[in-house]
Ligand binder design. Structure first.
Ligand code: TYD
Ligand code: MG
Length: 457
């Protein structure tokens, strides 16, 4: 039999090499290569792989043979929305997020709610003692929920404890990085251990019909720790995001085999745990009662859900010839550079001696390309010291030619803005005919928009 080859796996990106090195050749991270025991084929996994026998079945013959998987709605509407209706039986869900963002709190609340609704629920913590979890549950007012708690880090122990005659409906593993599988060697938290532990737990989910939820910490660069390798193994990946200094949290589906990935759940972290935010726009708009220069409200779209956020720009003219700073919080800095370039090249404005600061209020991160016009409006307003009317919103995508392009779901954005008391909108001319009560000012290109801003008193 051939001698097993040694393999070194980068704990940051998961790439493998046969030689150890101080720096990963793929992602450039230092000291991340760790010896990997490789995949181990056990008698169990071999048998499992043979069971299906690769027998083909007819796609069109399916509807009579299988029922749709059952969903367990947690009763936490924002969580159910992100999941596409609730946890699915026989499925594996990964919830990733920075340490301290509220993953344990959210899952404890969900577990308790399901248990109180009569489901059998188990919560395994590899990070906290069972008493600590109980104390937290009591603080959240959920002390009397019949959740089975365990503090364990051995996957074998967990599968033995919960693999009896009646497997739980929901099994929460907090966190996958603390789990240890004895199928392979290596310390908990390494890529190979995480992969093996996740693999065993996912197989348990498929075989026993349990909905397994894995908590995963993310690394400093924001990827699901090492476990990018895990993302393809699970059915659903949710990211729990937010600034720790701000109260709100967003739960975003990144992958969902049982639903869409464009819905978000919004929460705020209170002393009583996470509470649902049904109307997120109220959260991100600062109190607006006078016209301040450099601020424009942008109706962003998260899936089918509009969220109004405030774009703020500040321009500081430099006296000396020092290189001016450009700083962005909550938006893409490359995109800001592009908008500045278009304003300079197509509209005759000059930012070359100005420092430019751009901020999305409330710690929100905008990913929607429709924000271009709102950003340009904030920049022009800050530069010209003319305020955009306080009751207006702006959206539109800007091309390098300066053209203002239509965006998706203009009607949803306008409706939400109208609902929150906004009276007018700056938008692409192609969409200035949307029905509704708002006064619409359409622009074909950025030059026309700048002329409009500068012409105003
Ligand atoms: P936690 O759920 O432990 O985060 P994670 O599991 O993602 O690491 O929550 C961490 C923070 O949340 C902690 O710093 C305290 C805060 N918190 C509250 O503000 N209110 C609460 O009711 C709870 C339980 C936690
Ligand atoms: Mg935790």
């Amino acid at each position: 039999m051939a001698k097993p080859q040694k393999k070194y796996v980068c704990q940051a990106c998961g790439s493998a090499t046969s030689k150890w090195a101080g720096q990963c050749a793929d992602c450039g991270e230092w000291n991340t290569l760790v010896e990997d025991a490789g995949a181990v084929v056990t008698a169990f996994s071999a048998r499992h792989n043979l069971q299906g026998g690769g027998r083909p079945i007819l796609l069109s013959g399916l509807d009579s043979e299988i029922a749709l998987p059952e969903r367990m709605a947690t009763g936490i509407a924002e969580l159910d929305r992100a999941l596409g209706g609730g946890f699915v039986e026989s499925s594996a869900t990964l919830i990733g997020g920075d340490p301290g963002i509220g993953k344990s709190t959210l899952l404890l609340q969900a577990a308790a709610k399901l248990a109180l609704a009569g489901k059998s629920v188990a919560y395994v913590s590899g990070e906290e003692a069972a008493d600590q979890v109980r104390l937290r549950a009591r603080r959240l007012g959920l002390g009397n929920a019949p959740v089975q708690l365990a503090a364990a880090t051995s996957v074998r122990d967990i599968l033995t404890s919960f693999g009896g005659a009646a497997a739980p409906d929901l099994l929460v593993i907090d966190s996958i990085q603390t789990m240890h599988s004895d199928l392979i060697e290596g310390a908990a938290g390494t890529v190979s251990q995480v992969r093996a532990s996740a693999g065993e737990l996912i197989r348990f989910a498929k075989e026993r019909g349990t909905a397994v939820v894995l908590v995963g910490h993310v690394t400093k660069d924001g990827s699901l720790a090492g476990p990018r390798v895990m993302e393809h193994m699970v059915d659903t990946v949710l990211a729990f995001e937010g600034e720790r200094s701000h109260q709100y949290r967003i739960l975003r589906a990144i992958k969902n085999r049982f639903g869409g990935t464009d819905e978000i759940g919004v929460f705020s972290m209170e002393t009583q745990g996470l509470s649902e935010i049904a109307n997120p726009s109220s959260l991100f708009l600062t109190s607006r009662d006078e016209s301040v220069t450099g601020t424009v409200v942008f109706p962003a779209l998260e899936g089918t859900r509009p969220v109004l956020v405030e774009v703020q720009a500040l321009i500081v003219r430099l006296a000396s010839g020092a290189t001016p700073r450009r700083a962005v919080v909550g938006w893409d800095s490359g995109r800001l550079a592009m908008i500045l370039a278009v304003l300079e090249a197509r509209c005759g404005l000059s930012f070359s001696t100005c420092e430019v600061y751009l901020n999305i209020a409330g710690g929100y991160r905008v990913q929607d390309p429709a924000a271009d016009l709102a950003v340009a409006a904030a920049l022009v307003s800050a530069l010209s010291e003319r305020a955009v009317p306080v009751d207006s919103v702006g959206f539109g995508e800007i091309a390098l030619s300066g053209e203002i392009r239509p965006v998706a779901h203009a009607n949803l954005r306008l409706k939400e803005a109208a609902k929150l008391g906004f009276a007018s909108a700056l938008l692409p001319s192609a969409q200035a005919t949307e029905p509704g009560t708002m006064k619409l000012a359409g622009f074909k290109n950025l030059g026309a928009f700048v002329d409009h801003m500068l012409a105003r008193g």
